[in-house]
Write a protein that binds this ligand. Structure first.
Ligand code: 4AD
Ligand code: MG
Length: 432
């Protein structure tokens, strides 16, 4: 007999098949038992009719506990009344692994309880939907950059220097030397762009940020493209094209997941229309001041209420351009017409999800970059290799970083970033 998965059942209507599954839930009457089954590929219903199976099969079905794993045989049939479209008329059941007192019951549980049981919580239909959207975004990322002629380059995780804020580094030992976990692969990607032209990385990054918000993780995954011979305006075009491509891929391939998440698909469609609006930092400050945000003056960084307000002025993601030099990283190139702002942009997601992309044109002049490294209190020798890139055929180049989990959270429309990654690392949480 053919062993299939639940998602394949549409190709086997009328056939007798075997499926390995877990019992997510069940209900039964004297004559019929309904098993809510899941096998990782999907969810559907098993029907056990007392008059059509051996008595012991019916009794076994009625006795199954939540999350018991079973091997069952039966006939696949269409079921227009169920949201899954198909079901299995069960013939036999074999218990593979018993389950007793499964802690996550269909009733409501508090967040801390669910987070303590994240290893089990992942089995629920909402988490299943979110992880499928995450997977689709990852697949779309590889497709997009390969179609656009980029090559994937993997920067190191163990590093000897800071790429972003040096106060947020995780320290570790590298034999008798101090080392850090990577905050961003960018500096290495710049070296790679000088070797391969258009490159992208995709890997874990670590920030010892003492932020406990719905947007911050301690360990998160970032996609970092870097492009030689591209100015910042060209980089913005790549960014918006990439983000729209991701949203379209999710719409095309994750319809069921979006339904489970009750996500408004019409709203998502809007986000595939280009171009995305652009507003300068200067104008953003004015806009905030005119709308009662007295806590912001020119030179301040924006917090989430500010980003959220700016986002609500548009129906698509919005780029905020040219932030003050003093609040951005050392490697950003100053604006050619004024030295107080840099050629950078943050892409702010709609609906209050905040910054999903940060990018900039890079300083390419050896002397100017050396001065910036000193100004930031960083040690020149640590960056000798990075400065080398400005000595041997330095060219204009730009790049950006997209935070995977922020993007998953936004596209799924979920409340908190903790559900966008299988095992979130949060302030005060490294278990499980
Ligand atoms: O703006 P960031 O810090 O930019 C960089 O790291 C650059 N080196 C990228 C580059 O130009 N190659 O981070 C980029 C993105 C943010 O826009 C956000 O989406 C995400 O990474 N991010 C976080 N996501 C979750 N938790 C955190 N603590 C994050 N910090 C940044
Ligand atoms: Mg940023």
């Amino acid at each position: 007999m053919k062993q299939i998965t639940i998602v394949e059942s549409k190709n086997h209507v009328g056939e007798e098949v075997e499926i390995g599954a877990w019992v997510a839930n069940k209900r039964s009457s004297g004559k019929i038992a309904f098993l809510q089954l899941r096998d990782g590929s999907g969810f559907f219903q098993g029907i056990v009719v007392k008059s059509e199976v051996e008595e012991e099969v019916f009794q076994l079905a009625k006795s199954l506990n939540q999350e018991t794993s079973i091997l069952l045989t039966g006939i696949i049939q269409e079921d227009s009344r169920s949201k899954f479209g198909y079901e299995i008329a069960v013939k036999s059941i074999k218990i593979i692994g018993e389950s007793h007192d499964y802690p996550i019951t269909p009733k409501e549980h508090g967040t801390e309880f669910l987070m303590d049981h994240r290893h089990l919580w992942l089995r629920s239909s909402k988490q299943h939907a979110i992880m499928h959207v995450r997977n689709e975004i990852i697949r779309a990322t590889y497709n997009f950059f390969n179609e656009e002629g980029f090559i994937k380059i993997d920067p190191p995780i163990l590093t000897a220097n800071a790429a972003e804020d040096s106060t947020e580094l995780f320290h570790t030992e590298y034999f008798d030397q101090e080392a850090f976990l990577s905050q961003s692969g960018q500096l290495y990607m710049e070296a790679a762009a000088m070797a391969f032209g258009k490159v992208f990385s995709f890997g874990p990054t670590f920030r010892a940020e003492k932020s406990k918000t719905r947007r911050h993780l301690i360990e998160f995954w970032m996609i970092e493209p870097e492009m030689a011979f591209m100015d910042h305006e060209q980089s913005l075009e790549v960014q918006e094209k990439y983000v729209a491509y991701i949203v379209q891929s999710v719409l095309d391939n994750c319809d069921d997941a979006l339904s489970v998440l009750e996500r408004d698909k019409e709203l998502l469609k809007k986000y595939t229309e280009l171009p995305y609006p652009r507003i300068s930092y200067d104008d953003a400050v004015k806009l905030l001041n005119e709308n009662g945000f007295d806590d912001i003056t020119w030179g301040d960084d924006f917090g989430s209420p500010h980003e959220t307000f700016i986002a609500t002025q548009y129906d698509k993601p919005v780029f905020i351009l040219n932030y003050p030099k003093a609040i951005k990283a050392f490697y950003m190139k100053p604006h050619p017409d004024r030295d107080d702002v840099v050629l950078c942009a943050d892409l702010i997601a709609p609906e209050g999800y905040g910054e999903i992309v940060g990018g900039s044109e890079r300083e390419v002049d050896f002397d100017a970059l050396t001065q910036r490294i000193k100004d930031f209190g960083l040690t020149e020798e640590d960056y000798a290799w990075y400065l080398d890139l400005r000595k041997y055929g330095s060219v204009p180049h730009s790049g950006f970083g997209l935070g995977l989990e922020r993007t998953v959270t936004w596209i799924c429309g979920t409340e908190h970033i903790r559900e966008s990654i299988p095992f979130p690392r949060l302030l005060n949480r490294i278990y499980p």
